[in-house]
Design a protein. Structure first.
Length: 135
C-alpha cells in the first residue's frame, strides 16, 4: 500500500508559521495602539495660572503648556493640547498668564506625534483666582 499523505517540507512549515507570526504581530500592534488611543487612564479638572503655552518639536509639532497650581509655582502641571482642538488652542493663547480651569484626559502612554505628556486638555475656561480676591 502506498501512503497517500504528502509530507510538507521544512520550508513550507516555516512559511506557514512565519505568516501566522506576522498576522499575530500586526493584530497585537493595532490592538495596543487602539487601547492607548481609546482607553483613558483618568479624566479630570485642574485649576491654576497658565504660565506657558507653545508649539514645539522638531519632527512632530505639538502644543505643550504648563500651569502653576500654587502660589510659589512649586506645583507645575504639564499638559498637551491635541492639534484637532483648535478652539482650545485659541483660548489658551488668549488666556496666557491668567487663572484657568482645564479639563483633561490622562492616557496610559503617549506617542511622540501626540506630545510630551500623558495629559491631553480637551477644554479650558477662565476662572477667578482665589489668591487675588479670596472669597
Amino acid at each position: 500500500m502506498e501512503n497517500n499523505t504528502v509530507k510538507k517540507s521544512f520550508g513550507q512549515k516555516m512559511k506557514k508559521y512565519f505568516i501566522r507570526f506576522i498576522v499575530l504581530f500586526v493584530v497585537a500592534f493595532f490592538g495596543y495602539f487602539a487601547f492607548i488611543y481609546y482607553v483613558p487612564y483618568s479624566e479630570g479638572v485642574r485649576s491654576g495660572e497658565l504660565i506657558k503655552f507653545s508649539k514645539k518639536g522638531v519632527t512632530f509639532k505639538t502644543w505643550e503648556g504648563e500651569m502653576s497650581q500654587g502660589i510659589s509655582g512649586a506645583q507645575i502641571f504639564q499638559f498637551t493640547v491635541p492639534s484637532k482642538e483648535k478652539e482650545v488652542i485659541t483660548k489658551m493663547e488668549n488666556l496666557q498668564g491668567r487663572y484657568v480651569k482645564l479639563t483633561y484626559v490622562e492616557r496610559y502612554k503617549t506617542f511622540s506625534w501626540w506630545g510630551d505628556t500623558r495629559y491631553f486638555v480637551t477644554a479650558v475656561e477662565e476662572e477667578q483666582s482665589p489668591f487675588v480676591n479670596p472669597k
